[in-house]
Design a protein around this ligand. Sequence first.
Ligand SMILES: [Zn+2]
Length: 282
Amino acid sequence: MFKFMVYFSVISVHLIHCLPSKNNTEDYDKGGADLSYLGRTVFGEPNEESGKRVEQWNKSSKVNPEELGSYAEGDILFPNDVRRNGVISETARWPNGVVPYNFDGGYSKDQRETIKTLMMEFHKATCIRFRMFEPNDTSWISITNDKTGCWSAVGRTGGKQTLNLQAPDCLQTRPTMHELLHAIGFGHEHTRSDRDSHITIHWKNIKEGFKAAFMKTDKHLSTNFGFPYDYNSLVHYSNEALSKNGKNTITAKKDPNKALGNNFGFSKYDVEKINLMYNCTK
Ligand SMILES: [Zn+2]
């Protein structure tokens, strides 16, 4: 059982009046972790400055579109519309792995199909099921196409929660699946409590104001399900994420030239973690 109490990038937010109750370990025991190290930075409003940076992104860029936002860790945002009387309750998993969603952004038919195709990757490999919003749903993802970058809350917040995928740059395998992973409860791999044994953070190369994006979670409040550190995860930052000078901000200890993260799809452990987190038998 204890092995289920380890970090995993699966996050439950315990932000009571924006400050977490570190005594409430119930959700950590269920495989959750804690975003308290990000403090108030997870709250805010989407901004077009992030959208402009994504708009300027191109395929020769060495970073990923979702790493360009000015949100917590680049792309984690709980917009103020999910606040409830100043309180965000614990984020949670989606019951039975069913994730209702609505397209609320102006997407072309092809763009919608692209997103649906990437959702199918979850269906193929796990028991997560994205389906269209129905009137009785009490929690759902509103997928928007604002010029504010690629971003999502982490886990189910309850009610409508926005996940922004700015077309066309966020509608690629990596950013779309990455944001969907946040929405079902994954945090970033590079903030794992044990990351210092596996990667080096090059603080001097990080853009001013973004160092918080590289802080790690508290080992007493986070879990990883006992999985090895996953350099290839879709939720691992790239080597030059949030770099101010084009030099690496993250390198693997065992091989500084190793490319981190991937643009192609789930890593083996991404799939295994989802299946464990959601008790999938598939
Ligand atoms: Zn992210």
